[in-house]
Design a protein around this ligand. Structure first.
Ligand code: ZN
Length: 240
């Protein structure tokens, strides 16, 4: 059984299609997501439709939560606020209901999905450093937890003083616990504009990070045509 783990799709249809095409070639049979299907880019409805059609096990991200509500957004940057306000107008009542009912934490097979962190997932904190990873590990019971939110692919192993850091292929060893960020499909922020996702091969017990070129220009053109913040288009080309 091979799972594609999709993080922070953020309404980027071209990146999502590139990922799904690659996943099929790699023999992926199942799909899971660490949330933020919508926000920033111009295809929230199409991306939601695909995620639902794939029967993709999905947790709720902060953009998903706020796009599906009318709550005020003080914690967001002005650009993110503007993007969420635009997204709210695109979504149907059905889309909003779907997003509202996504869980914050989801166990699938022998792994866990969360958008931000297993320690207070509703606070949307970011895990970049060991300390934040340790707080997550105190609440992690499965051998593997996948997370998103930072848009930076990074792995931590419980009890190790240094983080595993950037990875290409991780071997999941029995008795150890892993916290793995799968990067972002729709808005990478590790200075690499290629779309990112991970494949978890449950038989081989490996997690492999995939990076792929996609049609960035089309995504940028759609962002501009939609009247979304210009920066949302610009940052795709620099990957930050
Ligand atoms: Zn995000």
């Amino acid at each position: 059984m091979k799972y594609a783990i999709l993080g922070d799709i953020h309404a980027n249809l071209e990146a999502l299609n590139a990922v799904l095409e690659d996943a099929k070639k790699q023999g992926v049979t199942h799909y899971a997501s660490t949330g933020d299907v919508v926000g920033y880019n111009a295809d929230p409805k199409a991306c939601l439709q695909i995620v639902r059609n794939l029967k993709c096990a999905t947790v709720q991200g902060n953009h998903d939560y706020f796009a599906a509500s009318n709550e005020s957004m003080e914690l967001f940057t002005p650009i993110a606020q503007k993007s969420i306000r635009w997204t709210r107008k695109q979504l149907s009542a059905f889309d909003r209901k779907y997003l509202r009912h996504l869980p914050l934490i989801l166990d699938v097979e022998s792994f866990t999905l969360v958008h931000s962190s297993l320690s207070n997932p509703h606070r949307w904190s970011y895990i970049f450093k060991r300390r934040a990873a340790d707080a997550n590990f105190r609440n992690q019971f499965n051998p593997v937890c996948f997370f998103g939110h930072t848009h930076v692919p990074l792995a931590f192993i419980k009890g190790k003083t240094t983080e595993k850091g950037f990875y290409e292929t991780l071997h999941i060893c029995p008795g150890q616990q892993y916290l793995i960020n799968v990067g972002s499909v729709g808005q990478p922020r590790d200075r690499n504009p290629k779309t990112a996702y991970a494949i978890y091969d449950l038989e081989a017990q490996t997690v492999t990070l995939r990076r792929l070129e996609y049609d960035i220009e089309t995504t940028q053109r759609k962002v501009r045509a939609a009247g979304l913040p210009f920066r949302n288009a610009l940052r795709l080309a620099s990957g930050r």
